[in-house]
Ligand binder design. Structure first.
Ligand code: ADP
Ligand code: MG
Length: 466
């Protein structure tokens, strides 16, 4: 139903208009019916008295056979009454004695209204080309001298009825108009508090908690407005508190991540510079020893020790790279990723494509190189650990001022919803970590995966030129 979706205001006005028109319509119809009945009765009485008078006067003239005066009498009677369209006198044997018609007399009138009881009057409605005519027949001298007929037209009656109806229609319409205006005014006032609430609710939905409903009345709607305002106030306080807490959390997280990076950097440098150097010189020393010794068992032992030290050096090197590749600080993000991916390809025997679709200046990338590097690192580690993928691609593009990173694999996939919405305490920190890192630099992190269909990670980070 269309009216149901209209505003409260329109509904009330529509209902009122409907009721007003219905009332006015039935009222007018009833009044017209009653008026018509009354007028007809009134006219009939008048017609009857005219006919009776004519009958009395005609009886004398018939008795003395004065048909000329009878004719005059009939004519005068017709002319002196507007409603009387015709009059005529019929003799005892049904012969026409006098009539008021100018030209010829319509013969069918003689048989149109013959009284059933000769001494009694009778009314019949005739439909003629002039409209409805009421023919009244009255006996002369109780029917012994004939009858008098009078034809009454209802034209003037209709005219009066029509003009009265028109007047009534005019007043009704005026009343309806005033009624509508009044209704509109009142409805407008009544619905104002509701509109006010709608306004404030929309503001709150849009995140503006400062708006309050203006309350004028003390009725139920006014009370609702006040309650609503105090609810908004509590909500505003709550949101402010939450925002503060979140801000503190974000700040803390940022600090933790920065500290973690610094620590990794320090340990990586230590491993590389101190431990690495020491082990290298140890290796050199062992080489010297081996060179100076002549083929006995201790030489072989020295050779073994040298191999152990070499392995350890290699492991320490990759640990340092894992912790914080110096190439990231020296050559920038893209070079570091290229190096990481090359190593990864070798270690894991996975076919991996790396595309940088549009060259991006390293200066812009500086700000976000650590989060991007760590996200790629974590994603590729997950792929190696869980996905059983054959093909992997890492794509970095720039769309106007947004860096887009896509990491895709064709592995076994997993149920993202179950993992991300599940209990965060079950140590699935890799995915959360990626998301946090993206969010901390104002970006978004989306992961699409379903069992058997591989996994795709989308990261979008706004690029800010500083
Ligand atoms: N590329 C992937 N393919 C298949 N499963 C994955 C992939 N990445 C993550 N997962 C699943 O998501 C889980 C959560 O990953 P993550 O948060 O990094 O935690 P963790 O690596 O510590 O297990 C993993 O245990 C694994 O089941
Ligand atoms: Mg992981």
């Amino acid at each position: 139903m269309k009216i149901l979706s209209q505003s409260f205001f329109i509904k009330i006005v529509a209902i009122l208009l409907f009721i007003l028109l219905l009332l006015a319509g039935t009222n007018m119809f009833q009044t017209r019916l009653v008026m018509e009945k009354l007028f007809t009765e009134q006219q009939e009485k008048r017609g009857l008295s005219i006919a009776n008078m004519l009958a009395t006067q005609a009886s004398n003239l018939i008795l003395i056979n004065n048909y000329y005066d009878l004719h005059e009498l009939v004519k005068n009677t017709q002319q002196s009454n507007d409603d009387v369209r015709y009059a005529f006198v019929v003799g005892v044997n049904g012969e026409l004695l006098a009539h008021s018609f100018q030209n010829h007399f319509p013969a069918e009138l003689l048989s149109a209204n013959i009284p059933e009881v000769p001494s009694h009057y009778q009314v019949t409605e005739l439909s003629t080309e002039e409209g409805v005519i009421r023919d009244i027949v009255v006996p002369i001298f109780e029917g012994r001298l004939g009858t008098v007929h009078i034809g009454l037209s209802n034209k003037s009656l209709q005219a009066v009825l029509n003009s009265t109806t028109k007047k009534m229609l005019f007043y009704t319409l005026a009343a309806v108009l005033v009624g509508i205006m009044l209704t509109m005014y009142l409805t407008n006032r009544l619905t104002k508090p509701i509109r006010e609430l709608v306004r404030v609710t929309s503001a709150i939905t849009a995140g503006d908690f400062t708006q309050r409903a203006v309350v004028h009345s003390g009725d139920e709607l006014g009370k609702l407005g006040l309650a609503f305002n105090s609810m908004t106030e509590s909500l505003q306080k709550l949101v402010a508190e939450l925002n503060q807490k979140e801000e503190a959390m974000v700040h803390l997280l940022q600090k933790v991540i920065v500290a973690q990076e610094e620590e990794r950097k320090r340990i990586a440098r230590e491993l590389h510079d101190e431990t690495g150097q020491t082990l290298t010189s140890l290796m050199m020393g062992l080489k010297c020893l081996a060179d100076n010794c002549t083929g006995n068992s201790s030489e072989c032992q020295i050779e073994d020790m040298r191999r152990v030290v070499k392995d350890t050096l290699g492991r320490i090197h990759s640990l340092a790279v894992e912790l914080r590749p110096s190439i990231l600080d020296d050559m920038g993000l893209i070079a570091a990723l290229e190096k990481y991916i090359a190593d990864y390809r070798q270690t894991h025997q996975i076919d991996i494509d790396f595309h940088v679709v549009q060259e991006i200046s390293e200066r812009i990338l500086r700000e976000i190189e650590i989060p991007v590097y760590r996200i790629v690192q974590e994603a590729l580690t997950n792929i190696a650990k869980y996905s059983q993928a054959q093909n992997v691609s890492v794509i970095i593009t720039r769309k106007s001022n947004v860096l887009e990173l896509i990491i895709e694999d064709d592995g076994i996939g997993f149920e993202v919803d179950v993992l991300m919405n599940g209990n965060a305490s079950n140590n699935k920190l890799g995915l959360y970590g990626m998301r946090e890192r993206a969010i901390l630099v104002g970006g978004t992190f989306t992961i699409e995966s379903s069992p058997g269909l591989g996994t795709t990670i989308y990261v979008r980070i706004p690029l800010v030129e500083r």
